[in-house]
Design a protein around this ligand. Structure first.
Ligand SMILES: Nc1ncnc2c1ncn2[C@@H]1O[C@H](COP(=O)(O)OP(=O)(O)OP(=O)(O)O)[C@@H](O)[C@H]1O
Ligand SMILES: [Mg+2]
Length: 257
């Protein structure tokens, strides 16, 4: 499946009743089996764009279309920063939520639920409740829930930003392992440049006010293990290139915060 974001624009009305252009002239594609990362300073419109691609918000102009769905509604898996697990449901019950909604049979729910729980490393925690899980485990459960519907597109909005640095690094590694098994077309939002270079096939750098595409950078490094010593120089070059593009906008964002 190929996803085309065609000339998307989004205007909001702010609290002083002024029109604010959050996104303008957004054109890019997410190719089959591609992991595209959106990066940019706070307030540049990353979440807005992700929500538009996921159909949770409509654009003021332009459109998003999914090629090769043969008229069917695309299946989407979404992981947010603050994972909203149902507190009254166990890990297993949370993971199969989307399958229940889609009317999948009990047998298939059990098979798929277990398969994705195992994949994210939560085996043994099927009957735990969210309050019994660490932050990283909640994120895993949220990822399993998004994967369980076997989406045409996986959308992730800063899924690891609330985690401590070590857990975050581990989760990034695991996400790549999972991604390598599923090869889902993915749109991943972060403001962390290292993370963008580590995960992305392509990194889209957004500017601020209005959010426009500054540059699309192809990360020409092997998908797995690009943090190895031998790639250190290239990794740093990509990071610096992205930081140079973001620096000025980020400083402005800081002044306003
Ligand atoms: N519902 C809304 N009504 C009015 N303005 C909004 C609304 N949602 C977002 N905005 C504005 O649009 C701009 C982009 O917001 P958005 O949340 O997409 O940014 P972001 O890049 O995800 O930021 P962050 O990195 O802080 O999550 C901001 O200026 C924000 O104030
Ligand atoms: Mg956001």
């Amino acid at each position: 499946m190929r996803i085309v974001i065609d000339n998307v624009e989004k205007k909001f009305i702010d609290n002083k009743k002024r029109e604010v252009t959050a996104l303008e002239n957004i054109n890019f594609t997410i190719e089959e089996q591609e992991l595209v990362v959106l990066v940019g300073p706070s307030g540049c419109g990353k979440s807005t764009l992700l929500n538009i691609v996921g159909g949770l918000m409509s654009p003021s102009r332009g459109q998003v279309y999914f090629e090769g769905t043969e008229g069917k509604e695309p299946n989407l898996g979404i992981v947010f920063q603050e994972i909203a697990l149902f507190p009254w449901r166990t890990v297993y019950e949370n993971v199969i939520f989307g399958l229940e909604e889609r009317g999948v049979s009990k047998k298939e729910r059990e098979e798929k639920g277990q398969y994705y729980i195992d994949m994210v490393g939560l085996t043994g925690f099927e009957n735990s409740y969210p309050k019994q899980l660490s932050g990283g485990m909640k994120q895993r459960a949220g990822i399993a829930r998004a994967l369980s519907v076997e989406p045409d597109l996986l959308l992730m909005d800063e899924p690891f930003s609330a985690l401590d640095a070590q857990t975050r690094t581990l989760m990034q590694e695991e996400l790549l392992t999972i991604w390598n098994r599923t090869r889902l077309s993915t749109l991943y939002v972060t403001h962390n440049i290292q993370e963008a270079v580590y995960l992305g096939d392509r990194v889209i750098v957004l500017s601020r006010r209005p959010g426009r595409i500054k540059e699309i950078i192809k990360i020409d490094l092997p998908k797995m293990g690009r943090d190895q010593e031998i790639y250190r120089d290239q990794f740093e070059q990509y990071s610096n290139e992205i930081w140079d593009l973001i620096r000025q906008d980020a400083q402005e964002a800081l002044k306003e915060a």
